[in-house]
Design a protein around this ligand. Structure first.
Ligand code: ADE
Length: 265
């Protein structure tokens, strides 16, 4: 898989040399290049921004340096003839990034990230780029960052770790938050008793069936408490009797494969 990142602050992406993603690059599991947008400018001042038409605060990124950068990257794309690389434009105005989108993007052969700064990139760049790319404006969440670089760090890590071989133990990808629509269960390590707090007995029992049931119950409880929106989205058509009871206790009835708040049923 290949990643290209375009930014006016290429140094911002330095953490991608470290840890699991850095190691995966060294091992050739993924290829990643960072490009300085200013190297695609043609003027003496290497200008990348200008004032917005229609007025308003701040500056807008000029289209031409982007067109030069994105054309160069598309020409060198490893995707097959007729296929398009995906252009991700981090923006608070995009679709929200989540684990499902991370899984989807991890299937792609070539992802290109266009880091906007200031008030954003001239909108015509996104329209024009659609000839060469599948263009997806993507947001990390409902808050505003100063630019796309931090969002790219988060997305490359979330996507990169799903590439086979990047995470040493693939089991850890199965049992983590959001992989099954629920938050992860709490984890404990030695000592079994610490500052008068004991690890739940069942985890010391060696009974794997009981442990799995206990953990699933904790997942449901934690998710209902912290992220009730995830319970609303859950497919519960195949839940066990015990899980149905937990949901009932948490205030939900199972109706047509959905967990419905009992007051609303
Ligand atoms: N750029 C600025 N804010 C952003 C956000 N919330 N997500 C992605 N990119 C951004």
């Amino acid at each position: 898989m290949r990643f290209d990142v375009v930014s006016i602050f290429p140094e911002y992406l330095a953490p991608l040399d470290l840890s699991l993603i850095g190691k995966a690059r060294t091992e050739g599991l993924l290829e990643l290049a960072v490009h300085d947008l200013r190297s695609y400018t043609a003027d003496r001042h290497r200008t990348v921004d200008d004032t917005p038409y229609g007025g308003g605060a701040g500056m807008v990124m000029k289209p031409e340096p982007w067109a030069q950068a994105l054309t160069d990257i598309a020409v060198a794309s490893p995707v097959a003839e007729g296929a398009k690389p995906t252009l991700i434009v981090p923006s608070p105005a995009g679709e929200v990034f989540n684990q499902q989108l991370a899984y989807q993007l991890a299937e792609e052969q070539h992802l290109v990230f266009a880091c906007g700064r200031y008030e954003g990139i001239d909108e015509r760049v996104l329209e024009w780029a659609a000839d060469q790319y599948t263009v997806r404006p993507v947001s990390l969440g409902d808050y505003v960052l100063n630019g796309g670089e931090v969002a790219v760090l988060a997305m490359v890590e979330a996507i990169g770790r799903l590439i086979p071989g990047v995470v040493g133990n693939p089991e850890s990808l199965i049992e983590e938050s959001h992989s099954d629509g629920l938050l992860e269960y709490p984890v404990y390590t030695k000592p079994s008793s610490w500052r008068e707090r004991d690890v739940p007995d069942v985890l010391l029992s060696g009974n794997h069936g009981k442990i799995a049931k206990f953990r699933k119950e904790l997942q449901l409880r934690r998710t209902a408490e912290r992220r009730p929106d995830l319970i609303d989205a859950l497919d519960v058509s195949n839940v066990s009797k015990a899980e149905k009871n937990v949901l009932w206790e948490l205030g939900y009835a199972v109706v047509d494969g959905k967990a419905v708040r009992r007051g609303d049923a």
